[in-house]
Ligand binder design. Structure first.
Ligand SMILES: Cc1cc2nc3c(=O)[nH]c(=O)nc-3n(C[C@H](O)[C@H](O)[C@H](O)COP(=O)(O)OP(=O)(O)OC[C@H]3O[C@@H](n4cnc5c(N)ncnc54)[C@H](O)[C@@H]3O)c2cc1C
Ligand code: FES
Length: 279
């Protein structure tokens, strides 16, 4: 069987999340792990790696697509009933089993919330298996916040502590800060560390824009957070998604890794050993 041959999946629903991001529900049954990704293709246009943003405990499977170029724009033009090609799930995903029994601190910026939503849903659906759940989420402004209803509901619940930072103040953010001054602030996501008690026996799960990793990693290390308890999911240009084309290689020599098959989830120890992994 040709591993690079996609199979078809029907689009069940398309929902606008922000002016640049859409959520697509796909009619496909996969036994994936949170943090894994699919190669999603549109006939005659091309293929792109996209994280699965729902937990295997929730159906249907969902992906959240930011429109940046050819393939993602074609995905945005699809309507329910359309067909896409999919390959995968690929990559290692987050070690949800190994993290059982511990507190989880999810740290995300912008579109990084997409893969972390799968982790969040999984932990909520296995609530007794994990300790305290905290979500630190950095957004540019409320318009660009993903999964607004779900996160707002969580903010008022006791299931997960939600901390929110925003870079540009709008009416909604201003009111949120007034209502929850202990967990909402203006600034970048690292500013939220000042509001959180970091339990060094927790696991930190991180996903965001490339520039975020270096600062979040430094913040965690400065607070003596053990690097082996930090999991970060990385993006690199990919083609095959299965360790054949070398497009996604990072590091060199014994520290060389394929982001598509050795990752996309790496630990803080990897970040210290693999040159260029977090910039
Ligand atoms: C493991 C993994 C998971 C991903 N998960 C998601 C996801 O959940 N949702 C989502 O919207 N996107 C995700 N991406 C990014 C997505 O794959 C790219 O945005 C997509 O491939 C762009 O394809 P395009 O044809 O639309 O853009 P192109 O027409 O190929 O490029 C448009 C612009 O985007 C830039 N670009 C293209 N690919 C990347 C990339 N990988 N990183 C940074 N810049 C890029 C190009 O330089 C160009 O400026 C993920 C990438 C990886 C590797
Ligand atoms: S994308 Fe081909 S080797 Fe990783």
């Amino acid at each position: 069987m040709n591993e690079l041959l996609p199979r078809q999946a029907k689009v069940l629903k398309v929902e606008e999340q922000t002016p640049i991001e859409k959520l697509l529900q796909l009619d496909v049954n996969l036994n994936h792990r949170p943090g894994q990704f699919l190669e999603v293709s549109v006939a005659g246009v091309g293929e792109a790696p996209i994280s699965i943003c729902s937990s295997p405990t929730r159906k249907p499977l969902e992906v959240c697509v930011r429109r940046v170029g050819r393939v993602t724009a074609a995905l945005h033009r699809l309507s329910p009933g359309a067909k896409v090609g999919i390959r995968g799930p690929y990559g290692n995903g987050f070690p949800m089993e190994a993290m059982k029994g511990s507190d989880l601190i999810l740290i995300s910026g912008g579109l990084g919330m997409a893969p972390l939503r799968g982790v969040l849903q999984y932990a909520l659906d296995h609530r007794k298996d994990y300790g305290e759940l905290s979500l630190l989420y950095g957004i540019r402004d409320y318009t660009l916040m993903l999964f607004k209803d779900e996160i707002m509901k969580l903010m008022d619940s006791k299931e997960c502590r939600v901390y929110l930072s925003y870079e540009k103040e709008d009416e909604v953010c201003k009111n949120l800060k007034k209502k929850h001054p202990e967990c909402v602030c203006e600034g970048v996501v690292t500013k939220l560390f000042g509001m959180v008690d970091l339990n060094p026996e927790a696991y930190a799960v991180v996903c965001g824009p490339p520039v975020m990793y270096r600062f979040v990693f430094k913040e965690l290390m400065d607070r003596n957070f053990p690097p082996e308890r930090i999991y970060m999911t990385m993006e690199r240009r990919m083609k095959c998604g299965i360790g054949k084309c070398r497009h996604c290689v990072v590091g060199a020599g014994t520290s060389m890794r394929y982001v598509c098959k050795d990752g996309p989830v790496f630990t803080g120890v990897d970040a210290l050993q693999i040159k260029g992994l977090i910039g």
